[in-house]
Design a protein around this ligand. Sequence first.
Ligand code: PRX
Length: 631
Amino acid sequence: MSTYAEFYRRSIDDRDAFWAEQARLIDWKQAPRTICDNSKPPFTRWFAGGTTNLCHNAVDRHLQTRPDQPALIYVSTETGAERTYSFRELHGEVQRAAAALQGLGVKKGDRVLIYMPMIAEAAFAMLACARIGAIHSVVFGGFASVSLASRIEDATPKVIVSADAGSRGGKVVPYKPLLDEAIRLSSHKPQSVLMVDRGLAPMESVTGRDHDWAALTGKHKDAQVDCEWLDSTDISYTIYTSGTTGRPKGVQRDVGGYAVALAASMKHIFLGEPGETYFSTSDIGWVVGHSYIIYGPLIAGMATIMYEGLPIRPDAGIWWSLVEKYKVTSMFSAPTAVRVLKKHDPAFLKKYDLSSLKALSLAGEPLDEPTAQWISDGLGRPIIDNYWQTESGWPILALANGVEKQRSKFGSPGLPMYGYDIRLVHESTGAELTAPGEKGVVVIEGPTPPGFMQTVWGDDQRYVDTYWHTVPGRTVYSTFDWGIRDKDGYFFILGRTDDVINVAGHRLGTREIEESISSHPNVAEVAVVGVADSLKGQVAMAFVVPRDAAGLTDTASRLKLEGDIMKVVDEQLGAVARPSRVHFVNLLPKTRSGKLLRRAIQAVAEGRDAGDLTTIEDPSALQQIRDLMAP
Ligand code: PRX
């Protein structure tokens, strides 16, 4: 095998030959005609002319060689459910779900919105959509009615698949009332709603619109629904993510490029072999869940564990007990989860036989060195920090240990992955920064590799305007992350350049939270910033100018309003977006032209120097925040 440096070079310099080789990792009905069509940048069409299907590659393809091998291992420490589906059984479940969706009129290109907890039916629904060429749009179950409504509005689904409730830490979280409210708020109404009844919460059913999953799939017991052969460049799914504006963006992905990208990443980065077991602790509502709970491991012919529950319940050894029981070979989680475990007895890391485990990958937020060291010492297994985004679908920076064993450096997610031409540019001039240690914005030179987002759903212009920035001589894709590169080419990621915050690995837009807080009648103005937190990485902190400050003279009334505002965010967006604190001020720091000085607010809230304040309108605004933060 070549060295990684050669492998990487070839992916850039001999792009088509490189990706033509990777394309052989999956099944095609019709082989691609063109490997990379970049005739209309920044829109890249991968494997044009080829036809394939994600569900075929994830399920049907393995029926010949491994029908009775575990495919989906479902474990819930919330309900006590634990069940293994072989590839054959998964095939049956997916066909029944596909038949049920078809029965509701779902056809190729229709959207199906999936708002579900971590239950096996969610995986069946996703794969069923992929099978019939419907576009799924999974919305994280932790989001509440307003977040959900904006996604329904944008995706205009024909059908919504949901469940009566999720469960978290033993507490039932009803979904149906949130869904009904979201549909009420949205101007688009789905034709049908397909509900999985877990028997956790009572449900009111809307006659003619709502259907029962068990009843409907039960009608299709022996359903045989063939895979729809899709063009490689057809749309497989959209997933919403936050950015600078309040309106979430539907990140749109293709079929063939995504399948190839995942198959390649399982081989080169995640060291996944057919017959082995993969365990990603993410949620299907996030990109990691799409790529590395559902599609990646299954395409690789691995069993995948889908886990509903907390990492510390019944105790902090639960994940490791699953590694032992199911002989997990590759695991994927987030730094926050490790920091949660770190608060518990490290003996849990030694209690189980982890000899099957080749590596633990961590992504989604910066992995601090002490956390990396703690888990590395505890497990005695390689820790692979990897950096990517909803937009990319698979790692941008990582270590391709499947190509060549690479040295890892704590604090760095590693090297540019094959296919990614990564540069650092100056924040304002766009000039390329090449000297080691220089801080700049991480950008990608087009064409973007297979698996990368195609566009923003329904809004090509927004894709171009949001992500593609002009630097001298060309336009490049901006990750909106700060980074530096060391002398060995390893990157270090230093946080976002925009208003996106990362709370416990969950990506949230501060503007969305501000809009929600603004809907409270006593809020005149609000600024939300991300503030460093030792457990969650970042938390949201709100600074509110109340409309009526007269009633806020005592602590009790301030706490009451703070609680009311948090409740608004809980109800509209979900508890994930709830600010850790709401502080009251009588004005917000702005420039003379009225621009909010977010970076200055954030710096002061983190106890740092506010930086250049020559343009500030009224310095007392920042002083108020400083006083509030004083211990
Ligand atoms: O800021 C970066 C941070 O998370 C953002 C992307 O979040 P999301 O779209 O939810 O995708 C997560 C996919 C793993 C990035 O722009 N981020 C992600 N991974 C890392 C990271 N920051 C530092 N180190 C990482 N390994």
